[in-house]
Write a protein that binds this ligand. Structure first.
Ligand code: ATP
Length: 214
């Protein structure tokens, strides 16, 4: 039986309460020993983040303060190359050879998986835990549906027994919060209080972040 560690990558532009709550739901459901939140430097699948990497990292560190199971891992920010998740998982495997990893992703990210570099190789390094977002549950692309066949796990036991390659659909809190909506509210001069941790909101106000539409 392997020790399960969660890996949660994202732009975190900015980190918000839904990121934190759904991640904690997964940690508790799977009794994960640790969840590593990994902000990406150069997101390969989308436009450049609205604020710089150091600021996103700083806000993430403030957000997880007080939750010992959450660890902020800045390995992607220390690389100059695009943040391909498969490369990140390879480095994690090298650093923690005895652990089993599960890669957390929202249902929107999961549907986009076939656009990721060498996405089929992800299963060599980690399990995938899909968290349904409050969005219309659109079907997954054909290539993904085919890859999924035979991989779907019916519980956490399979993720402990097997080293990698299984996919688990984990129910989580349905929170209709997105970083896009948060940036739009700020650009309109609105408040994002209660959508992000207080420390993050304070920092955004102090630094005047996200005031221009991205
Ligand atoms: P944006 O609106 O800028 O795309 P986002 O809110 O989706 O940002 P990201 O940093 O891009 O945040 O997402 C990191 C991961 O968190 C992704 O796998 C995404 O699917 C997941 N995620 C974000 N918001 C939620 C949510 N409300 N519920 C479940 N998963 C979420």
């Amino acid at each position: 039986m392997g020790t399960l560690t969660g890996i949660f990558g994202g732009t975190f532009d900015p980190v918000h309460n839904a990121h934190l709550r759904v991640a904690l739901d997964v940690v508790e459901a799977g009794a994960l020993v640790e969840l590593r939140l990994i902000p990406c430097h150069i997101p390969p699948h989308r436009e450049s983040p609205a604020v710089d990497a150091a600021t996103r990292l700083h806000m993430l560190r403030m957000a997880v303060r007080g939750e010992p199971r959450f660890v902020v891992d800045d390995r992607e920010l220390r690389r100059d190359t695009p943040s391909w998740t498969v490369d990140t998982l390879r480095t994690l495997r090298a650093d923690f050879p005895d652990r089993h990893f599960c890669l957390l992703m929202g249902s929107d990210s999961f549907r986009g998986l076939p656009t990721w570099s060498r996405w089929r190789e992800l299963g060599e390094f980690a399990h995938i835990v899909v968290m349904q977002r409050p969005d219309p549950g659109r079907p997954v692309p054909d290539a993904l549906a085919e890859w999924l066949r035979g991989r779907e796990a019916d519980g956490w036991g399979a993720l402990r027994r097997e080293r990698s390659g299984r996919v688990l659909f984990q129910p989580v809190a349905q929170l209709a919060i997105s970083a896009t909506d948060i940036r739009e509210r700020l650009a309109r001069g609105g408040s994002i209080r209660y959508l992000v941790p207080d420390a993050v909101w304070d920092h955004i106000q102090q630094e005047g972040l996200y005031l221009t539409p991205s």
